[in-house]
Design a protein around this ligand. Structure first.
Ligand SMILES: *Cc1c(COP(=O)(O)O)cnc(C)c1O
Length: 368
């Protein structure tokens, strides 16, 4: 056998080698006498409604492929949301649905140019991974001091090369939600050939004045795609099921790139069961929202100034104190999500976890 040697090792595409690795939320460390809690991944501590487990246990077709395009789930959603079933495209989590959109609309072209995708930063950590692996160029627009999207600056960032613009509301990890009137005015100024993705992963948790009605905007604008997920409010993060809602000018291209069978039978059945018990799901969301409000009120009372929290998490803009705070939380058996030099995101969890987090904030001593 002849061997020939080549310098170097197996290397990925250039755009892949430049990517930051996704840092998933870490599990909590053990601490003497303390129940550990994971507050680092915005998971729903209450889990799914009980009927979900029952429905999953009844699945007797594990040897068969699922519906190619989650037909039953999409029919259920179409009825609930009063939209045409063709306007819904399901994916492996809303991240899967987002990947379809980016792959369909942004990448690199045969002339060597790269399409541009605009999003706020800091926002969801998965965005740069999805955008750059598609071969597109990400254009990030810093969020304002209070954690809100800088919509003016996002408009100004649009160029001839812009193909997709993403809005994340409420914004993960900073927390604020966009208001309906501001998104409406924003869309009026975005060119009609730019696809605007509205990521509403935490939509059920929003309790503001003038809440965004993204479906009304999708009905009016053929370039709007709304992302929703079963991972947060429905407590089904493990099953990986989400979807986009958009008009035919978008969905006809999504159908080309969407991998078939991306939602498993078990996930489809579970998501449908959860939708059938939406009242119970929303009651659970209400209880998490009241926990969120209890936490934010306690933090304000303790002198903390944090951005509006409209998701199932709060953002502590700790800057250089981020690592120290995350470590202090760790010693209390609370896993939180620190973004070094920027801040700490803490998920609203079990009542005991929230109590312990509040106590930590009350007693935390800032480093000199
Ligand atoms: C959690 C989250 C999602 C959901 O991702 P899934 O793939 O549906 O689990 C999407 N967008 C944002 C901003 C999130 O925080």
């Amino acid at each position: 056998m002849t061997m020939f040697s080549r310098a170097g090792s197996i290397t990925p595409r250039e755009s892949v080698s430049l990517l930051p690795a996704y840092a998933a939320g870490k599990p909590p460390q053990a601490a003497e006498g303390l129940t550990p809690f994971k507050l680092s991944s915005n998971e729903n501590p209450l889990g799914p409604v009980p009927e979900v487990a029952r429905a999953m246990a009844e699945v007797d077709t594990l040897h068969r492929y699922p519906h190619p395009n989650a037909e039953n789930l999409r029919a259920g959603l179409a009825k609930l949301l009063d939209v045409p079933v063709e306007d819904i495209v399901a994916g492996t989590g809303s991240l899967g649905a987002l990947t379809q959109i980016i792959n369909a609309f942004a990448g690199s072209n045969s002339d060597g140019s790269q399409d541009e995708v605009i999003y706020a930063w800091r926002s969801f950590e998965a965005y740069p991974i999805v955008v750059r692996t598609a071969g597109a160029k990400d254009v990030t627009v810093p969020v304002l001091e209070d954690g809100r999207h800088d919509l003016e600056a996002m408009l100004a960032a649009i160029t001839e090369k812009t193909k997709v613009l993403m809005l994340c509301t409420p914004n993960n990890p900073t927390g604020p939600a966009l208001r309906h009137h501001e998104v409406e005015a924003f869309l009026a100024k975005v060119p009609g050939d730019v696809v605007v993705v509205i990521d509403e992963a935490y939509q059920e948790f929003v309790r503001t004045e003038d809440p965004l009605d993204a479906l009304a905007l999708y009905r009016k604008h053929p370039n709007v795609a709304v992302l929703r997920t079963f991972s947060k409010a429905h407590g089904l993060a493990a099953l990986r099921v989400g979807y986009s809602i958009a008009g035919p000018e978008i969905t006809r291209h999504l159908r080309v790139v969407a991998a078939p069978f991306s939602v498993s039978t078990v996930a489809e059945v579970a998501a449908l069961a959860s939708l059938e018990h939406l009242d119970q799901v929303l009651e659970r969301v209400d209880s998490l929202v009241s926990e969120r409000d209890r936490v934010t009120a306690a933090l304000a009372e303790a002198g903390w100034s944090i951005p509006e929290a409209q998701g199932n998490f709060v953002w502590l803009p700790l800057g250089e104190q981020t690592a120290a705070f995350a470590e202090a939380a760790g010693l209390q058996a609370l896993a939180v999500r620190g973004f070094n030099g920027e801040g700490v995101r803490v998920t609203i969890g079990e009542v005991e976890a929230n109590d312990r987090f509040i106590e930590l904030c009350r007693t935390y001593r800032f480093q000199a």
